[in-house]
Design a protein around this ligand. Structure first.
Ligand code: AN0
Ligand code: CP
Length: 324
């Protein structure tokens, strides 16, 4: 694997899931693979799970880890070419990406959608600038339009908990007071498209995701109907794509409640976290036996670890042969 900025960087989803589950049982099997290798993680936005699980994954592989909250501690970066840099940006990403690349073997970036300019977000302005100018492999820790480490985690978690060959998985929008990116939902849709599942998306009118992403997927505007026979309810808020970045409704009827879960086939409840209790989901659901949220966050480590392992094997194929 040469980079991991999208689900499409995965060669075979089913085999990477199996390898991740194997790593979960044997987390220290490849400690020498990361010896004298460093990952640098740059955060433009906050994180609890992604930061610590990716650090843990790198440590499990024997790597060194450098972390920087670049928005707070770094120079403000310029991303446009040819700009006269007389405003707030003190440094161009062209230098910054090349400079950091000299200090690490893998460069991981978290950069959320701005939710103002759809074209800028969907062109992945920040992530693509790092892909363009960095001289080491790039890993997305959530970008403007995708969260591929989260989506791989979710596919692993579904695989571990599915009881039938083709489970019904429902992605349900839920209300949230602030505008949130579409990244988690986009990547979840992309990973479900590659999975053996009966997949349905449910959301209020106006919350349609990019049709390029949801092409071919059933959209059911009646949440109760969508929940019928579901084996997994995956919940996430996102802001509107068409009326870009807008909160169109905070209708609490879309919150995931115990009553709604009763419409399902004893479905498992999933959310990437962080989650607002009793806004997105009722306490009774997130605290129930069917809630997988804590296990999902544990699986973040092994999703990150299998991705870092595959990148390390690509940058050091000789070492891989020596080890195996
Ligand atoms: C972020 C989002 O919705 O993209 C990160 C989720 C992993 N969530 C919030 O900002 C609350
Ligand atoms: N799920 C997730 O990415 O969480 P953080 O924002 O805490 O990293």
């Amino acid at each position: 694997m040469k980079k991991y900025t999208s689900i499409s960087d995965i060669a075979s989803l089913s085999s990477i899931i199996d390898e991740a589950i194997h790593l979960k049982k044997n987390p220290y099997d490849f400690q020498s693979l990361g010896k004298n290798k460093t990952i640098a993680m740059l955060f433009f936005n906050p994180s609890l799970r992604t930061r610590l699980s990716t650090q843990k994954a790198a440590l499990n592989l024997g790597m060194q880890v450098m972390i920087m909250n670049i928005s707070n501690d770094g120079w403000t970066l310029e991303f446009e070419d040819g700009t006269i840099m007389k405003n707030s940006a003190a440094e161009h990403v062209k230098e910054a990406a090349q400079v950091v690349s000299q200090y690490c073997d893998i460069l991981a970036i978290r950069t959320f959608a701005g939710l103002v300019d759809r074209e800028e977000d969907y062109n992945e302005k920040v992530m693509n600038a790092f892909v363009k100018y960095a001289t080491v492999p790039i890993v997305s820790l959530e970008s403007a339009i995708g969260h591929p480490l989260q989506a791989l985690t979710d596919a692993i978690t579904i695989k571990e908990h599915q009881k039938i060959a083709k489970p019904k998985v429902v992605l349900s929008w839920a209300p949230h007071p602030k505008a949130l990116p579409q990244a988690v939902a986009n990547s979840f849709v992309n990973v479900m498209k590659l999975s053996e599942v009966d997949f349905v998306i449910t959301h209020p009118y106006g919350y349609e995701l990019s049709s390029e992403i949801t092409n071919g997927i059933t959209i059911e505007y009646n949440q109760d109907k969508a929940f019928e026979n579901a084996n997994f309810i995956y919940t996430k808020n996102w802001s509107a794509f068409t009326d870009y970045g807008k909160v169109l409704t905070i209708d609490s009827n879309w919150m995931i409640t115990e009553k709604k879960m009763q419409l399902t086939n004893n479905a498992k409840f999933m959310h990437c976290l962080p989650v607002r209790r009793n806004v997105i989901v009722e306490d009774a659901v997130i605290d129930s036996e069917n809630s997988l949220v804590i296990e999902q966050s544990n699986n973040r480590t092994f999703a990150a670890q299998i991705v870092l392992k595959k990148i390390l094997e690509t940058i050091n194929p000789l070492l891989e042969r020596v080890i195996s």
